[in-house]
Design a protein around this ligand. Structure first.
Ligand code: NAD
Length: 358
């Protein structure tokens, strides 16, 4: 198969970590006889320096025309004082909007080899934590009307939370499709005991469930879900929820894994062209030192193969190599512990690449 991948190295540690993911993709291409063509795209601070714009239109076009986009991270102190519309992060918002990605998907997985890094009790971690939160990204209260005005002489703030059936259905489908590619369990999270938008959400999810008889659908109130993520996270496979609930729950879920450098993410819309990036930022404090953990980016590349290119075996091969790398005792500085072998960013990429087997 031939796939065209837009590659955004970005700022800070971005170039270092993306280069490791490309090593891994090249190895996959060789072993499975695929061709991956890479197109470099400038976005973020580096694009401001070069083009005076965090995402010039022709750069966005390269992304939209690709089969998927692999991103490192953008931002850094150097661009803290530029006007708001010119900030590196604006490039990212424009990219998401331009690609029409309306779902953000974040796995929360604890690698058994790193279970000590989790703030949860060992008895809970040992049950195995491996789930994905599918969050609606461009609707709900963050995109509703916001206003503050005097009502009867009292300053009053209003934020509108609105979802229509179509918005719920399209994110619901991503939830069901994701569950289909995993363990076929989908938990729909809402607040239907209070909110109309949640009652509509629940109704649509149950209507969709009839089209996905192979997926087991359950409902959970968001307050209960926040508790269950720390009490019994092993029960979850895929969680689907609206924008604000997903924002909060996905941060909670990433914290329980204890290692920010290890977590990938995907953002998807109506097409298979997705945006794949680690959940962390550009880490300017460690940039250029070859000590960053590239695993979140490498696993983002694996997600790209699984969810955009339908290459499940290839994605499994990358995830198995990451597991073997951890089993062999290699650790980057952020997850280093006693008795382990410390490696740098590029060495990590080389070792994982060398461990990939068909
Ligand atoms: P950050 O995620 O960059 O860093 C937080 C801490 O985690 C730092 O101590 C950093 O060294 C460490 N860290 C992060 N990734 C790591 C990795 N792969 N390996 C080892 N250690 C790692 O968050 P921040 O410091 O709040 O933000 C720095 C910059 O990144 C800011 O300009 C911010 O706006 C930007 N940012 C970008 C994105 C993105 O591109 N999607 C996301 C978040 C933040």
């Amino acid at each position: 198969m031939t796939k065209n991948i837009a590659v955004i190295r970005g700022d800070g540690i971005g170039p270092e970590i993306v280069d490791q993911a490309l090593k891994v993709l090249d190895k996959i291409a060789e072993l499975y006889r695929h061709t991956f063509n890479y197109t470099d795209v400038d976005m973020g601070g580096c694009a401001i320096d070069k083009w005076g714009d965090p995402l010039p239109e022709e750069m966005l076009q390269k992304c939209v025309e690709s089969d998927s986009v692999l991103l490192g991270a953008v931002g850094g102190n150097k661009w803290n004082d530029v006007p708001g519309h010119m900030r590196p992060e604006k490039g990212l918002l424009r990219l998401r909007a331009g690609m029409g990605v309306y779902s953000n998907n974040r796995p929360a997985k604890i690698w058994p080899q790193l279970s000590d890094a989790s703030p949860l009790k060992k008895s809970i971690v040992d049950q195995g934590i491996d789930f994905i939160i599918v969050r609606e990204l461009i609707g709900g209260i963050y995109f509703g009307e916001h206003k503050t005005e005097e009502v009867d002489g009292v300053p009053t703030a209003v934020d509108i939370l609105s979802y229509d059936e179509k918005e719920i259905e399209r994110i619901g489908r991503i939830g069901f499709e994701t569950a289909r590619k995993r363990n076929k369990k989908l938990c729909s999270v809402e607040k239907s005991n209070v909110l109309d938008s949640s009652r509509l959400w629940k109704k649509v999810m149950h209507r969709l469930a009839e089209e996905y008889p192979d997926v087991e659908l359950s409902d959970m109130l968001v307050d209960n879900c926040a508790m269950q993520i720390v009490k019994n996270p092993a029960q979850f496979d895929v969680v689907v929820t609206e924008n604000m609930f997903g924002d909060i729950l996905s941060d909670e879920a990433s914290m329980i894994t204890g290692s920010i450098g290890m977590i990938p993410s995907s953002s998807l819309g109506a097409t298979t062209c997705g945006l794949y990036e680690p959940i962390h930022g550009s880490a300017p404090d460690i940039a250029g030192q070859d000590i960053a953990n590239p695993v979140g980016t490498i696993l983002s590349a694996a997600m790209m193969l699984r969810y955009s290119f339908d290459m499940a075996a290839e994605a499994d091969a990358i995830e198995k190599a990451v597991s073997d790398y951890l089993d062999a005792g290699y650790r980057t500085a952020d997850i280093m512990s006693k008795g382990m072998k410390k490696v740098g960013c590029s060495e990590c990429g080389e070792i994982i690449t060398g461990m990939i087997r068909k």
